[in-house]
Design a binder for this molecule. Structure first.
Ligand SMILES: *[C@@H]1O[C@H](CO)[C@@H](O)[C@H](O)[C@H]1NC(C)=O
Ligand SMILES: *[C@@H]1O[C@H](CO)[C@@H](O)[C@H](O)[C@H]1NC(C)=O
Ligand SMILES: *[C@@H]1O[C@H](CO)[C@@H](O)[C@H](O)[C@H]1NC(C)=O
Length: 390
């Protein structure tokens, strides 16, 4: 009798363990072969993973794998771990994407997704660059290779590198509670395309402990965004961290609660830049911003508020921007600038910058006296500033 009870307990325990253990969907079981396009195998594994009622793991093992394109969509029933241990390569010619208007890898409508594994997403942009005649022909096809994450919740992207790709670009749109950590974007500084991470229409987004080398913005933020933390990110080369440009579209919504902390900008075109269009219809607010403990290493324009953003002078400067920037904390900004105007606050005449609190600033320009620009702003000061601000 006792023995029977023990056996029963063991049996029940085994069943419970099975139910709770992660199911593994290895792309090799779905026909993935080295050297061949694994997109079909990955899609089959994805379909099984989203149907699973217990946690699942999609495994892309070590080695080099070709991926022409993948569009993975939810809803999923249980958490999914996408484990990329290997090197996923796009085809060399980016014009060969099977569905031309789509990104390289798209993940939409999922909840509790983790992407990890220490692997590499290789957009092969450099090769594409060589195959195309972009070094001679300015009008050559230069499609960015994109990783696009839209409408995803409670997700983590960690220990993944995107490399060797001239045109890599990560989009994170309409998502909530998403963390990028130990994420590496590595593209040469002379690549003239949209690069880095773009975040918009989201809430509770984190980019931490990451390295972003690009030819364009390190991280750019669009409208309708709240609660963003960018911490311990190394930017450069590239254009730095930006909010905007905003104002063009009347439907744009507020940006609120952005913290950039403990970041380093090395040789970037800007440190942090806010851009809003003059003579534009949107009248949103950009508020509760914290720019703290930032190190500039020969970065041009360490902090810029540009409410007369007008690239190529293709806009009307006669009417001011209608966007209000308020409640901003800027403190402990140190290092060296590549330009003399280390802080530049060009605020709107219609909506002056409001409640801008400036703490310690210690910025040098080439050993010479640095300067600041102040329009329609009256900052509040709380510590020593070198140079003197405003
Ligand atoms: C990649 O993203 C950029 C910026 O969002 C977009 O302009 C471009 O069309 C996208 N590329 C592809 C191949 O989808
Ligand atoms: C993400 O969260 C939003 C807001 O709670 C919800 O409307 C949406 O359906 C969620 N998406 C997924 C894929 O779970
Ligand atoms: C955010 O997502 C993480 C990762 O899935 C999860 O552990 C955490 O509970 C979520 N936080 C909230 C507030 O939902």
């Amino acid at each position: 009798m006792d023995k029977k009870v023990i056996w029963l307990v063991i049996l029940v325990l085994q069943l419970l363990l099975k139910a709770n253990s992660e199911r593994v969907f290895d792309v090799r079981k779905y026909g993935a072969k080295k050297g061949a396009d694994i997109s079909q195998a990955l899609m089959k594994a994805w379909r099984d993973a989203i149907a699973s009622t217990t946690s699942s793991k999609i495994l892309i093992p070590k080695g080099h794998w070709k991926l022409s394109q993948a569009r993975m969509e939810g809803p999923n029933k249980a958490p999914i771990n996408l484990v990329v241990r290997g090197n996923l390569q796009a085809y060399r010619d980016p014009t060969q994407l099977p569905v031309k208007s789509q990104e390289w890898v798209t993940i939409n409508y999922v909840n509790f997704l983790t992407i990890s594994g220490g692997g590499v997403l290789d957009g092969q942009g450099q090769e594409a660059w060589k195959l195309n005649d972009c070094h001679k022909n300015k009008n050559c096809a230069k499609l960015p290779i994109n990783l696009s994450l839209n409408f995803i919740n409670n997700s983590i992207i960690q220990d993944i590198t995107t490399k060797d790709s001239k045109n890599f670009h990560v989009n994170c749109i309409s998502s909530r509670n998403v963390t990028f950590q130990r994420f590496t974007v590595s593209t040469p500084g002379d690549s003239p395309n949209t690069d880095g991470i773009h975040i918009a229409r989201g809430n509770h987004i984190r980019v931490i402990d990451s390295i972003i080398k690009t030819g364009d913005d390190c991280i750019s933020m669009g409208d309708d965004l709240s609660d963003v933390l960018i911490k311990n990110v190394h930017c450069g080369p590239g254009h730095g961290i930006s909010i905007g440009s905003l104002g063009k579209n009347v439907q744009e919504k507020d940006v609120k609660g952005i913290t950039v902390q403990g970041c380093t900008f090395t040789g970037t075109q800007n440190g942090i830049r806010i851009k809003t269009w003059p003579s534009a219809p949107a009248a949103l607010t950009i508020s509760d911003l914290h720019f703290i403990d930032l190190t500039m290493v020969n970065a041009a324009n360490p902090i810029v508020f540009d409410q007369k953003y007008c690239p190529w002078n293709h806009c009307d400067l006669s009417k001011p921007s209608l966007i209000k920037i308020s409640n901003v904390e800027i403190r402990n900004i140190r290092g060296t600038s590549a330009t003399s105007d280390v802080l530049s606050f060009i605020c709107s005449k219609a909506k002056p910058c409001d409640n801008i609190r400036i703490g310690l600033i210690d910025l040098k320009y080439n050993g010479k006296q640095a300067t600041t620009i102040c329009e329609n702003i009256r900052p509040l000061f709380s510590a020593k500033q070198t140079p003197r601000v405003c």
